[in-house]
Design a protein around this ligand. Structure first.
Ligand SMILES: *Cc1c(COP(=O)(O)O)cnc(C)c1O
Length: 359
């Protein structure tokens, strides 16, 4: 069976070296030396000033909303993973969906201004598949209306925009280090924060809001364990190698799927891209579903990512986002992981080609 992702695991003896360090001290969690080391190495790798490791990418979003003291309405994208929306709801705010731009899959700034009301406190946008949002326009709107900006950068690790990490933009960027992401710590995430004061708040929130016997605020348990940090330390030095391998797979897929009615995202020249996913877009939902079905019958798992368009979540009042809905009904993410072989890529492409000839 071929899965849509396969978690990279480092050579076992490399991980065991870190385990030996943990066994030496019995320090297993509570921001231990390995978490500290990973945090420092991530700051260096991403060239960002304030970065805090947390338990996962969802907690990262919730902490971001909480630390910016957001209230009322948050303008957000319907085309993302469900965690982007539920973190807004979890923090007792209201998600207001603005439709996406059809080529970048990210929130369309042209729709944002119309959605702003006196209750709007922020914009929470996702860099979908690692493609940057229209950062300049979003920032200009935010400045004009005095709104905060959070980027869900769960897909954006390693992406560079204007020669710096994409995660450096907005008031806060969040990232996920879940096992299915390009760079992972099994479970994990981080918050990248512009303002030192906000970073200090998150530092406290992450560990119950207290330092020893002094209690400052409410908080949660958002800390990373040493075991998770060790996995990150093994994987971090390999990120550019992962990206290189995935780039080759991306090119092979496009070669073998050439001539089909599928369309692919355009990777703009002015970014350094991370090849985190391989989404393809079908002309109709029917052709997508028949390809998915035929692939599945041949032991190949794909994922409707993202589906459904989040404005259609059953626990929300529906609001129209035609571009996002259109996209969500036609997208399929094909298997993509570092060591996906050429034979598998050929087989997947062949089956997709066959699915077009069935009707
Ligand atoms: C994976 C993901 C998340 C959630 O991250 P977890 O680490 O799984 O909690 C949030 N947003 C997007 C866009 C994601 O892809």
């Amino acid at each position: 069976m071929i899965n849509v992702t396969k978690t990279f695991l480092p050579p076992l003896d490399e991980y065991i070296k870190y385990l030996e360090k943990i066994w030496d001290t019995s320090w297993v969690t509570n921001q231990g030396p390995l978490a500290e080391e990973l945090e420092n190495r991530l700051k260096e790798f991403l060239d960002v000033r304030n970065l805090l490791l947390v338990t996962n990418g969802t907690i990262a979003l919730q902490l971001a909303i909480r630390a910016l003291d957001l209230k009322g309405e948050i303008i957000t994208t319907p085309y993302s993973y469900v965690a982007t929306t539920t973190s807004i709801l979890w923090e007792n705010c209201n998600p207001i969906f603005c439709d996406i731009e059809k080529n970048s899959f990210c929130i369309d700034p042209a729709n944002i201004e119309k959605a702003i009301t006196e209750n709007t406190s922020a914009i929470l946008a996702t860099h979908v598949y690692g493609f940057p949002c229209d950062i300049e326009k979003i920032q200009a709107i935010a400045d004009k209306h005095n709104l905060k900006v959070i980027y869900d950068g769960a897909h954006a690790f390693g992406v560079k925009y204007k020669d710096q990490s994409l995660l450096n933009f907005g008031d806060i960027s969040t990232v996920s280090f879940h096992a299915t992401k390009l760079f992972h710590t099994i479970e994990g995430g981080a918050v990248i924060v512009k303002d030192e004061k906000v970073a200090e708040k998150i530092f406290l929130y992450r560990a119950f809001g207290h330092l020893d016997d002094e209690y400052f605020s409410i908080g949660i348990n958002g800390r990373t364990s040493e075991f998770h940090a060790a996995m990150g330390l093994c994987n971090l030095s390999r990120v550019y190698d992962f990206i290189e391998k995935r780039k080759k797979i991306n090119l092979m897929y496009k070669e073998y799927l050439d001539g089909t009615p599928l369309s692919f995202p355009v990777i703009s020249e002015n970014i350094f891209y991370n090849y985190s996913y391989f989404p393809v877009f079908f002309l109709t939902p029917e052709s997508m579903l028949s390809a998915k079905q035929l692939l599945s019958e041949n032991g190949i798992n794909t994922r409707r990512y993202f589906y459904p368009s989040l404005n259609k979540l059953p626990y929300l009042n529906y609001s129209e986002c035609p571009v996002s809905e259109f996209t969500a009904e036609r997208v399929l993410c094909l298997p993509l992981y570092n060591d996906l072989g050429i034979d598998h890529i050929k087989k997947i492409a062949l089956i997709i080609n066959k699915s077009f000839n069935l009707k």
